[in-house]
Design a protein around this ligand. Structure first.
Ligand code: HAS
Length: 561
């Protein structure tokens, strides 16, 4: 499909700005592993503090990259399936808000005034520009939903009896989840944190802020995941040379995400004393519910891949796994998506461990946790984002892929790096190794009285994995920017791979409309969160003064000294 120059430029901005920032994000990931393995036994390196680096790492990789990509991919999906561009005026306004927000937050982090990590839990306090930047980034990313909803309503009027394309359904569901969950974090930022950071209030309600954050925080992970799921369902079967085993399974799975993505945030707060066991139990059960769409996906995609491989002559029960186009340079997206799926088998299983209340007590706040989430957000999510960024850039600009052999190796190298890295972290977590801790200062310094010899192999393994991930990440940056500078060899166009369905399943109206699902979503949210907020209201305790990561004494006391 041919698209206008303005639309193309918009997408290129949204793909390339976060990829440029990724260099900083990935560098700080590597530095984390070096600090933690005790190779560096200091609180900063090259003028950047440990927690400053960890904040830059989390915010750039997990918030900026993912949000920009979700918007760019959503625009491309809507335009491709509806054969028309979204309203470009609003698309540019949204883009400018997102870029301005990113610049403000980046300034605060780089200036060392916002070392509060990507969760910005109070009582750690950041500069007002950080909160303002976060609010602008989020508000800018709301606009596309309304833009696309208008396109959908117009399309539906003319095609009432046609099934909504799965990718369109997924994009709309993802941004509805995003809109609903970010309302809570917008309240947290604008009502609790920004006035506190500006000095208009002196203390902050930590329990309320954490609960509002996690109302947003777990749905956030599915906002990261769903663009990858859209690619698994609507592209991967085609890339494998087969068909999608069931389009209906995809629809059911997406609507289940709409129901269960938000009302599960309290599973991040199993150890928070302000919330009662009843609420924790209920949201724990819903967390097992949110794993169901992923199990449906696992079996549907495995069946689709098996079908493709059998068409290529695969035999036996497991022979299909060895008959897939793993190293096809022209079909490189297959490698990015399959590597992500393989990582997600382990990422998903560790998620189920986290969700279990008793097991969570063993792993909470240990290095097990980053082990889990690097096999999810740095697994299927990151690989789908970087692979698709190169794919979209190359096809929409007509430029050929720079170093295509290197490009096809990147996802496998990254996958091996993540497996080693997360393996080290999870092993360490089971031995009690804490997350978010500069271990080189104490536990991994042989001269320190707290030295833990049993954490040497675990952190060394994580560092080895981190080095491999860093190399793969930099290779991607070279391929992406190399492609930007390479020769134009074909006409540019917006094209996405489209999988055909294996069965011609008839349209079931329930799985092609939003109203009943939105109503059910609202009911579950009320049941899950009204008691949680009532708990928070009655068990808040005294409000907290502000802290910085460097000092265990409140900022106000420091200032008086
Ligand atoms: Fe999680 C903490 C539970 C999924 C990200 N999670 C986190 C944090 C992050 C994160 C960032 O219940 C840390 C937050 C922080 O900073 O404190 N998580 C789950 C559960 C799932 C889950 C039950 N998480 C994700 C995804 C993420 C993500 C997805 C990012 C994108 N997580 C938790 C809990 C905590 C938590 C607790 C809090 C812990 C604490 O104490 O702090 C489920 O959605 C997982 C379901 C997934 C599956 C896997 C399906 C497998 C598939 C692959 C099939 C493969 C094929 C290929 C077909 C059931 C689809 C075959 C081909 C071959 C060739 C073999």
């Amino acid at each position: 499909m041919q698209i206008s120059r303005s639309f193309k430029r918009l997408i290129f901005f949204q793909l390339s700005i976060p990829v440029a920032l990724l260099v900083i994000g990935i560098y700080h990931g590597l530095m984390q592993t070096i600090f933690r393995a005790g190779v560096l036994q200091q609180s900063s390196f090259a003028g950047l503090e440990y927690y400053q680096g960890l904040t830059l790492h989390g915010v750039i990789n997990a918030v900026v990259l993912t949000t920009f990509f979700a918007v760019a991919f959503g625009h491309a999906t809507m335009a491709f399936y509806f054969k028309r561009e979204p309203d470009l005026r609003w698309a540019w306004i949204s883009n400018i808000m997102m870029i301005t927000g990113t610049v403000l937050a980046a300034w605060a982090m780089i200036a060392g005034k916002a070392s509060v990590l990507y969760t910005f839990y109070p009582p750690l306090k950041a500069h007002p520009m950080f909160y303002l930047g976060a609010a602008l980034l989020i508000a800018g990313s709301w606009i596309p939903l309304f833009n696309w909803a208008k396109m959908y309503v117009q399309w539906k009027k003319q095609n009432a009896e046609t099934k909504t394309p799965l990718a369109v359904l997924g994009t709309l569901i993802n941004f509805i989840i995003w809109f609903v969950c970010t309302l809570a974090v917008a309240y947290e930022v604008l009502v609790l944190l920004l006035p506190w950071s500006l000095g208009w209030t002196t203390t902050v309600n930590v329990t309320l802020a954490r609960t509002l954050f996690w109302f947003f925080g777990h749905a956030l992970v599915y906002f990261w995941l769903l663009p990858a799921y859209i690619m698994f369902y609507t592209m991967l079967p085609k890339l494998a040379g087969g068909k999608l085993f069931s389009d209906l399974a995809g629809r059911i799975s997406l609507f289940l995400f709409l129901l269960f993505s938000v009302p599960v945030g309290v599973h991040h707060q199993y150890s928070d004393p302000g919330i009662t066991q009843g609420v924790k139990f209920f949201q724990g059960m819903l967390t097992f519910g949110v794993a169901i769409p992923s199990f449906i996906t696992a079996f549907t995609i495995a069946a689709s891949l098996e079908y493709a491989a059998r068409k290529r002559g695969a035999k036996g029960w497991f022979g299909w796994m060895f008959r897939l186009p793993y190293l096809d340079r022209k079909n490189f997206m297959f490698g990015y998506l399959i590597s992500g799926l393989i990582l997600f088998i382990f990422g998903g299983l560790t998620g189920i461990v986290n969700a279990s209340y008793q097991l969570n007590n063993v792993v909470h706040n240990t290095s097990w946790m980053p082990g889990h989430f690097h096999m999810t957000v740095a697994g299927p999510v990151f690989l789908a984002i970087i692979g698709m960024s190169t794919y979209m850039y190359s096809t929409m600009s007509g430029r050929k892929i720079f170093l295509p052999t290197m490009n096809v190796i990147i996802p496998y190298l990254w996958m091996i790096g993540v497996l080693i890295f997360s393996g080290g972290l999870m092993w360490g977590g089971l031995l009690g190794e804490p997350r978010r801790t500069n271990l080189g200062m104490t536990y991994l310094n042989p001269k320190h009285e707290l030295f833990r010899a049993d954490w040497v192999p675990t952190t060394t393994l994580a560092m080895l994995g981190g080095i491999i991930m860093f190399i793969a990440g930099m290779m991607f940056v070279v391929v992406f920017f190399g492609t930007m500078l390479s020769k134009r060899t074909q006409p540019d166009s917006l094209q996405l791979p489209v999988s055909e369905a294996y069965h011609n399943e008839r349209r079931i109206p329930l799985f092609d409309k939003f109203k009943p699902w939105l109503v059910t979503m609202a009911i579950i949210l009320v049941i899950a969160y009204v008691p949680a907020l009532m708990n928070v209201n009655s068990n808040t305790g005294p409000k907290a003064p502000a802290f910085t990561p460097e000092n265990p004494v409140p900022v106000s006391v420091n200032e008086k000294r």
